[in-house]
Design a protein around this ligand. Sequence first.
Ligand SMILES: Cc1cc2nc3c(=O)[nH]c(=O)nc-3n(C[C@H](O)[C@H](O)[C@H](O)COP(=O)(O)OP(=O)(O)OC[C@H]3O[C@@H](n4cnc5c(N)ncnc54)[C@H](O)[C@@H]3O)c2cc1C
Length: 388
Amino acid sequence: MNRDSHLPPLPTKVDLAVVGAGVVGLAHAVEAHARGLSVLVVDAAARPSGATARRGGHVAVTTQAATALACALTSRERWLKLGRDAGFGVRECGSVVVARHPDELAVLDDLVAARAGDAVALDGRSVAERTAVPDALGGVFLPLDLRVEPAAALTAVADWLDSHPQAHVAWGTAAQTFDAGSGCTLVRTARGEVVARRVVVAVGHDVGQLFWEAGAAVSTLRRQMLRVEPPTPGDPGAGARLTTGPVVVGTTTFLRDGAYTASRTVGAVQERWRATRPEVLDHDLHLTLCAQPDGSLVVGDGLMPAGPARSEAVDELLLREAAELLGVDRLTVRSRWSAPELVRADGADRDPFVVTEPLPGVRTVNVTDGLATTTALGLAPRALDALF
Ligand SMILES: Cc1cc2nc3c(=O)[nH]c(=O)nc-3n(C[C@H](O)[C@H](O)[C@H](O)COP(=O)(O)OP(=O)(O)OC[C@H]3O[C@@H](n4cnc5c(N)ncnc54)[C@H](O)[C@@H]3O)c2cc1C
């Protein structure tokens, strides 16, 4: 029963019910809509505020590997189309990974060889021409990478879906229980019930609250991020290159992205860091500078220690590394936050997708390793092929 009289009632029956309106849930809803299926998305929050809405917006295509790379390439095309359809900005700015040591350049050479055409080697001067980084040894330009503003994109996609008669998005509507019927599932929500032929549960780190086994398949870490005031590098053109130019990525990404694991030289870089910059490894730093439309920079990210409190040491490290990269004395923090990130509980070195079937016709879908925005739009077609 709909208890809130100013909200429209939920549809009583749909082909697909999606629980969670983060990037994973909306990716499945968009795909179902494109296939002519009726779809209802419910989200417990009043507006986008989950893990997706808390990140900088880097769609990191080229440095993925195997199934994640295939999904990222599909995802890229779908982001561009969705941006046009739903009317939000998708910036085809690419990214530049910046090397400041010869052993880092060697790793990037391996990437250029492995991703012919999609990874372009840069010397230090070319890095400075494309970014606000003044004194790099060299780097690599990844033209396929994209930048989206996550919270704005989620809002636009949800509104666009909801504008179609066969698609509904209900915010402030928590899903509570799921009863399997014959060929369908009864989904009970805080605002009433809906019968769905199939259900996708994409609630991120909350999955264990609905299905214990699915929750046990993933562990939740928290990662710290900062937004800093628009920096003022010495070169006056550099500010503009930051805002409109590529996402700037540090070489700590070597430890995370699948494309680097095949490099013969990445181990040597890690050994040098262990000897000279152990804090980078201790805090699992993943330095990314993502400019926002107002010129501010989202600086991500480092591992938050277990417990309720953010670590000042992690923030300091992020700020120091970002300032060094940009060649400025200091950066002024505008805001600080943390966001959940999932990893596989079994620690297996497999693709980042954790899908379970707790009931017939019901799938939980989680994307681990900080790759949901990069891959979810490419994962959804595969998931729906399996579901319907
Ligand atoms: C610091 C950091 C940096 C990252 N960087 C990147 C990156 O560069 N590239 C990339 O691709 N990914 C990145 N990620 C990962 C990515 O942002 C997240 O993994 C992803 O957004 C998770 O999406 P989701 O849709 O699964 O979850 P969420 O975005 O958290 O959405 C889940 C939704 O489910 C809703 N919900 C929960 N319970 C219920 C319920 N019972 N009923 C209804 N609704 C419910 C919540 O309100 C929420 O809106 C990063 C993550 C972090 C932490």
